[in-house]
Design a protein around this ligand. Structure first.
Ligand code: SF4
Length: 138
């Protein structure tokens, strides 16, 4: 993000892979308004409704800010290091016990090309599985 004048932050929308340029107005660290960036070649000042209006979640009390791991039937807050190690251990266990084809991954059509590239690379090169699909055929 690049801060500009009048507490406005110039950034890229993360809701989908289109990559619209946004101007995010901030007061006291709270988002007050989002506008399309006229200088952005992708959207030239336009946005969809999500890009312009769907930002209340940023400051929502119920927003998840840390990973959760289920322990004894309850979701317990943990650190990213612990959560990532937990996932790595589980994936390794499944791969060792049942083989790489026991694992599949679904990528998100709204993710960027770069994220989806890394997803398929992880599955093929690390997990040894071609079981990759996405929701972009709907
Ligand atoms: S199309 Fe909408 S959701 Fe996608 S990047 Fe642009 S403003 Fe964001």
């Amino acid at each position: 993000m690049v801060a500009t004048e009048n507490n406005t932050v110039k950034t890229i929308c993360g809701y989908c892979g289109t990559g619209c340029g946004l101007l995010v107005e901030v007061q006291d660290n709270i988002i007050t308004k989002i506008r399309g960036d006229k200088e952005a070649p992708v959207n030239k000042g336009q946005t969809c409704v999500k890009g312009a209006f769907a930002y209340k979640y940023v400051h929502a009390d119920e927003r998840l800010k840390n990973p959760l791991i289920r322990q004894d039937g309850k979701l317990v807050e943990t650190t990213w290091d612990t959560a990532l190690q937990y996932i790595a251990d589980k994936l390794s266990h499944i791969k060792n016990q049942f083989g790489p084809n026991a694992i599949s991954m679904f990528a998100c059509a709204r993710s960027t090309n770069e994220s989806n590239y890394v997803t398929q690379k992880f599955m093929r090169a690390v997990m040894g599985s071609n079981n990759i699909d996405g929701c972009n055929r709907t």
